[in-house]
Design a protein around this ligand. Sequence first.
Ligand code: HAM
Length: 437
Amino acid sequence: MIQRPKGTYDVYGEYGKKILYLQRLLENLMEAYNYEYFRTPIFEATELFHRGVGDTTDIVTKETYDFTDRGNRENTLRPEGTAGIVRSFIENKMYGNHSVPVKAWYFGPNFRYERPQSGRFREFYQFGVEVLGTQSPAADAEVISIPVNLYKILGLKGIKVNINSLGDTESRNKYREALKEYFKPHLDDLCEDCRARFEKNPLRILDCKVDNNKDYFKNAPKTIDCLNEESLKYFEDVKKYLAAMNIDYVVNPSVVRGLDYYSHTVFEVEASVEGFGAQNVLCGGGRYDKLVEMIDGPATPGVGFALGLERLLTALEYEKIELPINDTLDCYIAPMSDVNLTYSLTILNALRLSGFRADIDYNSRNLKSNFKQADRLNSLFVIIIGEDEEKTNVLTVKNNKTKEEYKVELNDLVFFLDENLNGGCDCDDDCHCHEHE
Ligand code: HAM
């Protein structure tokens, strides 16, 4: 039997319904925030991620899915969404547009060749936003408010917002030197990757999966201690704006993020529920003021975040939060035999076009099993169509909850269902609906 690739999963049933519910919720939330929907390709030129995400990150050195296409081009399945959005911003010359800042949101699959475990997949979905063209600390606070408000709307309680600042280029350089000095005496003890990181990007040593639980890591210098005055002021402003929006946070110096493009604000939201598992980071992001230039665009500041859909769903499960999914069917049509199928289909199609959630039995079940099926589908009404109904155009409609049975003329069916399911028409007296004629 051919099996799905390791680290991937199939979506169907309840899980599918939950995903669709969350997708709609995110769409509405982004409408409220006035963000614009973006969709960029699932694969991009390999070089984009080398330059964008960074040559010294695990994501790029160890985890990309690369392939050469038939035209000998080097491509990579995107491991994250930011680089693609920034490429699109540059390629479509959005920087010259008066609507800057561009506020983009996106939702889609990403691929990382990681060791699969609970909460960590090789194909996973991210919802994310990128704000390009403003350096205001209020934009950082706005971005942080998005996941926080989402969790609030969903009713998630066990979350912790960790923020930190890497500072501007000067502060980052100072930090880099401080780290090098600190790790120098331990160089021989570090893994081979970290020894390479020491020269190229010492910051990456901090999130090394091999070394980072060694004792001397605990006292490594903190970014906050290396911030210059401007960067400190920037960070204070972000905190002030977060407070203005009633967002609780903790300053956590250990948040440095695993991607190369960050400066100033970085943040992660973790599920702080006991037993949640190691992969408890629900989302992460931050400011990246040099990324657009790194991908050959004009200097443009940016800030954004992304959350993993799978981890969000796990968190909801963990806190036993039921999503208000409408799992009912308005009506289920039960033709008494194949002979009544043509007539039944005409009715089914008309009901669906009128906006009802309707389904039919194609398998010529007997009445008893049709009612069982209607129960399984959570149908509110069952319409029975036999020889008499077809002849007289008077249908037998059964309320599947109260078990009351009605005789309804075909012409009145939509009105009948509307009245019983939605409380009838709410139009004014001048209308020509059944009720007001
Ligand atoms: P990231 O921290 O690599 O950041 O990923 C963001 C979120 O995606 C994580 O917090 C996690 O929920 C989810 N995630 C990452 N890898 C996996 C995986 N293998 N399996 C399941 N979920 C995963 C970024 O990707 C940045 N692009 C975020 C950003 C946007 N920064 C600025 N703008």
